[in-house]
Structures are given as structure tokens and as C-alpha cells.
Design a protein around this ligand. Structure first.
Ligand code: ZN
Length: 302
């Protein structure tokens, strides 16, 4: 597998972390001031790819001081425990709500297996993170030196623990999955709304919050730097979310869900490498289930 590393500017680079065995699907960002932070760790299978990528960037893993996680899902946080032996001085930053699943991942694995179905075996295992390495990132303001400052922005919707990270001086936003994904190699821009905790109302507020932020560049976890002006790209993903929501709601109200029809409406996999197509289709199916669960939850409340 040919995995790229990309230097975006003086302070920010990214490494293809080989997510789910595919190229250009998962990025791990490297943010450098006087100190070095990485954002996202992929799955435990990503760890060797991240270490290789760091070495291509001339970075010693032991010099990484901060590991920032956007949320607990295994394709974002799952590789953390596997990286820590190589990063003995690093602290791990995650929302306080889900930090406990890094320390004891058993419930996370059960939930992930249920949500991910056929994609679950591609996620490897989760290595425990010692509690004393974890820092709650809910209101993080991390000064890396040389004018590089990373702030956490609470962006629930995709998950209730979701944080986006914003580098104040370059005005780069690391949205994680907060506004959806943009996987160019698969030609897919769209939402990911996994069960059990995807929340439609919170997602609406997160779109509004990020559309209000003055962002220079979007740096997606899936995948890489956006080439579209940030506000336009968020607006596009907001439209795609609304479209998906309407499709799934109509089918749910009709009493039967046609996964293939929804997938065809959201994704043209014809000329996409089969490995990438399988991942996107898996994520769309998972997202249908996430919205259905959200509708059922709302139905029970009213
Ligand atoms: Zn996620």
C-alpha cells in the first residue's frame, strides 16, 4: 500500500494512516509549534503507518507530546493505545464524556461491532490507555509555541462527544466527522450518522456553528485537505445531510427500508475501486441505521 505524507504549510502536515486497509481514507494530522501534536490515530492497524509517516516527515514519535482525538469512534481513537509505547511523553485528549472507553474499551467494542457490521473486522482491536495519560479536551486551548494554538470546538451530532479542533493562526479546522466526510478517491461527499447516538438536532446546530466560523481550510479525517472554500464545502455537506435525512425518513415512514436504493441515491460507486466502494457503502448502511434509531427515539418521546 502506497501511503502519502503531505506537508500543508509550515506547521501542519498529514499522514495517510491506511485506514481499513485503504489508501486516502483516513488522515492523521501533525501540528508543530515548539511542541508536536497529532490529531486522530485511526485504528490500531493504523499505528505502524502513522509511525512510518512521522519518520518520513522527520519526526521522532517520542517527540509527540499531544494526541488529540475528535471522538471515541474506533476509526478516530482506536489506534491511540497502540501508539503510546512509541510516544512515552504524550498525553491523550478526548471529550470527558467518552474518555472512560479509552481506559476500558469493552463496551466500545460491543457498540462498534453492532454499528459497523461487516466493516467491524477491519478495525482491529483497541489497546487500553492508562487513565493518567488522558486529558479532558472539552474546553481545550493548547499552545504549542511559535504562535500555533489549537482550540477544541464542541460539535455534537455525529456523536455526543464530538470535538472539532481549530488552529487559531492558520484558521485551519480539523472537523473530524462533525460535518460529514469528503473522500475524493471514492468521489463521495456526505454524512455519516452512525448508531447509537447520532443526533439530528445537535447536527443542525453544529452545521450552523461551523458555518459561522471564519475557516481558511478544512482538514478532513476522511480525507485530507479540502480544495473547496471551507464555507462552501460545509454548506454542500449540510445539503447532502438534508437530502439523506429526507430519503431515509421517507422510507422509514413507508414502513420498509431499501438500503440499496438509498445507497444508489447517495453514492455512484461505478468507477470507484471496489475496496473504497465497500467502505463507503458500509458507512452509508450504518448511517441509515443511525437515522432510523434517531427517528425511533424521537417517536418514543412524542
Ligand atoms: Zn465517527
Amino acid at each position: 500500500m502506497e501511503l502519502e505524507t503531505v506537508q500543508l504549510n509550515e506547521h501542519i502536515a498529514y499522514v495517510d494512516n491506511g485506514l481499513l486497509g485503504a489508501t486516502r481514507t483516513g488522515s492523521t494530522y501533525v501540528v508543530r509549534g515548539d511542541e508536536i501534536a497529532i490529531i486522530e490515530t485511526g485504528t490500531s492497524a493504523s499505528a505502524p503507518h502513522i509511525l512510518e509517516g512521522l519518520s518520513r516527515l522527520g519526526i521522532q514519535p517520542a517527540d509527540v507530546r499531544h494526541i488529540l482525538l475528535t471522538h471515541i469512534h474506533m476509526d478516530h481513537a482506536g489506534g491511540t493505545g497502540a501508539l503510546l509505547p512509541a510516544m512515552p511523553d504524550a498525553h491523550v485528549y478526548i471529550h470527558s464524556r467518552t474518555a472512560k472507553y479509552l481506559i476500558e474499551p469493552a463496551d466500545l467494542l460491543v457498540s462498534a461491532q453492532r454499528a459497523l457490521g461487516p466493516l467491524f473486522p477491519l478495525h482491529g482491536t483497541v489497546v487500553r490507555v492508562p487513565a493518567d495519560r488522558i486529558v479532558y479536551a472539552d474546553t481545550l486551548q493548547l499552545d504549542l509555541g511559535r504562535g500555533v494554538i489549537v482550540q477544541a470546538i464542541y460539535t455534537p451530532g455525529h456523536s455526543p462527544d464530538h470535538l472539532a479542533y481549530f488552529e487559531v493562526n492558520s484558521r485551519c479546522l480539523f472537523p473530524g466527522d462533525a460535518v460529514g466526510i469528503s473522500v475524493a478517491v471514492a468521489g463521495f461527499d456526505g454524512p455519516v450518522t452512525p448508531p447509537p447516538a447520532s443526533n439530528i438536532e445537535a447536527q443542525r446546530e453544529t452545521f450552523a456553528k461551523l458555518l459561522d466560523l471564519d475557516i481558511d481550510m478544512l482538514l478532513f479525517s476522511h480525507y485530507g485537505a479540502s480544495t473547496v472554500p471551507a464555507r462552501d464545502h460545509i454548506a454542500l455537506l449540510q445539503e447532502r445531510y438534508a437530502h439523506f435525512l429526507a430519503l431515509v425518513r421517507a422510507q422509514w415512514e413507508s414502513g420498509s427500508i431499501d438500503y440499496d436504493a438509498i445507497t444508489r441515491a447517495m453514492f455512484d460507486g461505478e468507477r470507484v475501486p471496489s475496496q473504497h466502494a465497500a467502505i463507503i457503502v458500509g458507512w452509508i448502511n450504518m448511517s441509515v441505521n443511525g437515522l432510523v434509531l434517531a427517528f425511533e427515539r424521537a417517536g418514543r418521546k412524542s
